[in-house]
Design a protein around this ligand. Sequence first.
Ligand SMILES: [Fe+2]
Length: 179
Amino acid sequence: MAYTLEDFCADARAALDRDSGPEGRDRVARHLEKLLVDPDFVAAHLGPDKPSGAETVHVDETHGFRVMAHTNRGPSNNTPHCHGPSWVVYGMAMNHVEMTEWRRVDDGAREGHAELVVDRKYVLNEGEAHVYNEGVIHSLDRPLETRLVRVCGCDLDRTLRYRYDPAKNAVRVLEPRTA
Ligand SMILES: [Fe+2]
């Protein structure tokens, strides 16, 4: 049976109504897994002709979560980062991503300095979604082209983000893009 973007948003809203913490977000991830394999949703928002980039396909008025469709037409990776005050769910609609979660081991007392160690590494496969709660440091390695859906707790362009360089034990705070 078809599972539409509207179905997902209604289910996500209901899950967060019951519990806006980690448990509710886990339920959001399970609902997202149904959307990731819906051929009509994928064709409409993550089709083969989409250019690389991100598109916000829904903004929830009650909880403020956002659903974003991401197309990466070639391999790509990024450095460890966290989304500050926002939780994020990543879900794979095409191919897989090699995920690394990092743990910060310094006390945060020195500005610009951060020491990270790898906490866990795993593959997020097509059709799977995973929750990253506030402050969880993660990096993505996409050896193939990918399509993914990201659900964010709030507008990431309006929140501080932290980008880490483990080789240099450095951290940089990225200011919001807009006020
Ligand atoms: Fe991220």
